[in-house]
Ligand binder design. Structure first.
Ligand SMILES: [Zn+2]
Length: 455
């Protein structure tokens, strides 16, 4: 049966266009036609869905996600999430209009990615970070989720087996970032002292010893003493505590840097897109890699708005990346709604209001998987005046699809022949997702995932 969705506005996500009072015709799971106002109003033989207060947009594409498959979690190769959690993450992506995700944990097998794809209505695609340095970094930081198949794999084999990108190259867990502050450093302090420190306290201790750039020569003994006292560790011998910080954070850092270099070289060699963890700890390395010849291969700097940079540093690095032909991805994290990990929108606003620094929106993981929805990022760009409706939608649909060939069948546009992966959302606030279709099938109604999206 044919269905016509008549909407207040149709956003095809191609050419910066919007179609007022347009329509989208769906048949056999595919888009049969996109109609202008006049034809959409003509008699139609089939089911008509009238949503005059809504926008119809392509299903969103999220190229920076973690915890969406049974593979090892994060670039640190941590133990996989239990099934109900990764399926739950996919539910949340879908309920908010995302129909394709790229798993950027990077160290799983394609069998695990295919398992997630088969088990859920969201299209799950895989990236690979199986370089020697990245694997060594994971084993140094954690590696609890890495089995023999993960350790033995290579980027080349993963690409042959269907991985569509290389990444995430580096990560907070292996580069002395947020993952260290949240999990590994507090755990090490607990083992040594029996005491619990917060993420902020762990970060404070780490930065007093290693600075923001994970440099052993940049310690500040006085600051370290003050922060140790604040964290309730004033009685722990200072040398011992310092050695613990260095010994917990640093073993993976050098390997992770090697992994970033190897991954970008592989992207150039194989002509495949790569996603790189852009943060203070990787900034100098990224600068040195910007000059690599990129006759083939696309490099995407992940979360150019990472708050380990100062706003100035983030701007300068993103400009250098843009000038070298790299692409910039801004992550929503939880900076718009949750505000557990990122409590400022300064970086986001500065980067998005400058021309050409951000091409793509994604989410990354947020605090323990509680990231804001990608569609909230799209809506925010419109509300803040950074982009038009059409531009904002393209940054989370057709642009990421074009950057990563093979990621989305049909290119995440509303056009004839493309799969009917479609979102219907309130026009004046896209976060109000009324319905989502995948391959023409209803999978979300009024923000609720329907039974049957899990296989
Ligand atoms: Zn990252």
């Amino acid at each position: 049966m044919r269905t016509l969705i008549r909407a207040g506005v149709v956003v095809p996500a191609t050419g910066g266009r919007t179609v007022e009072n347009g329509g989208v015709v769906i048949e056999n799971g595919r888009i049969l036609d996109v109609l202008g106002a006049r034809t959409a109003g003509e008699p139609f033989a089939g089911r008509i869905v009238d949503v005059p207060d809504c926008a119809v947009i392509p299903g969103l594409v999220n190229i920076h996600t973690h915890g969406v498959s049974p593979s090892p979690l994060f670039p640190s190769g941590a133990a996989a999430l239990p099934e109900e959690r990764w399926l739950g993450h996919l539910d949340r992506h879908l309920a908010a209009g995302t129909t394709t995700v790229l798993s950027t944990c990077g160290l799983g097998t394609m069998a695990e990615i295919r398992e997630a794809d088969r088990r859920h209505a969201v299209h799950v695609r895989g990236a690979t970070a199986h370089t020697p340095g990245a694997l060594a970094a994971a084993l140094a930081a954690d590696g609890a989720g890495l089995g023999p198949a993960h350790r033995a794999s290579t980027v080349e084999r993963m690409l042959e087996d269907g991985a569509v990108a290389i990444g995430e190259l580096g990560g907070g867990q292996t580069l002395g970032g947020g993952g260290q502050d949240l999990v590994y450093l507090p755990a090490a302090i607990r083992r040594l002292t029996g005491r619990t420190v917060t993420q902020e306290q762990a970060r404070g201790l780490k930065e007093a010893v290693l600075g923001r750039f994970m440099d052993e020569g940049s310690g500040d003994a006085e600051l370290f003493a003050a922060r140790a006292a604040e964290a309730g560790l004033g009685d722990v011998p200072r040398d011992e505590l310092r050695a613990l910080v260095v010994g917990t954070v640093m073993p993976s850092v050098g390997h992770a840097r090697d992994g970033i270099r190897e991954g970008i070289e592989a992207a150039v060699r194989f002509g495949v897109p790569a996603l790189v963890h852009s943060a203070a700890a990787s900034a100098d390395l990224i600068r040195s890699l910007l000059s690599l010849p990129r006759a083939r291969g696309t490099v995407i700097a992940g979360h150019v708005n990472h708050t380990s940079h100062t706003v100035e540093e983030a701007m300068r690095l993103a400009e250098a990346g843009r000038d070298a032909g790299w692409h910039g991805e801004a992550s929503v994290f939880d900076l718009l709604e949750g505000r557990e990990t990122v409590r400022t929108r300064e970086h986001w606003d500065a980067l998005l209001s400058a021309p050409g620094l951000v091409d793509v929106l994604a989410t990354d993981y947020g605090h323990d998987g509680r990231h804001d929805p990608l569609i909230a990022g799209v809506q925010d760009l419109i509300d803040a005046g950074h982009r038009t409706l059409a531009q904002a939608v393209e940054m989370a649909t057709s642009v990421p699809a074009a950057l990563i060939p093979g990621l989305v069948d049909g290119g995440a546009m509303l056009r004839r022949g493309a799969p009917a992966d479609v979102v219907i959302a309130r026009r004046d606030d896209l976060r109000d997702v009324r319905a989502v279709l995948v391959g023409g099938e209803d999978v979300v109604r009024h923000g609720q995932v329907l039974a049957g999206v899990h296989a």
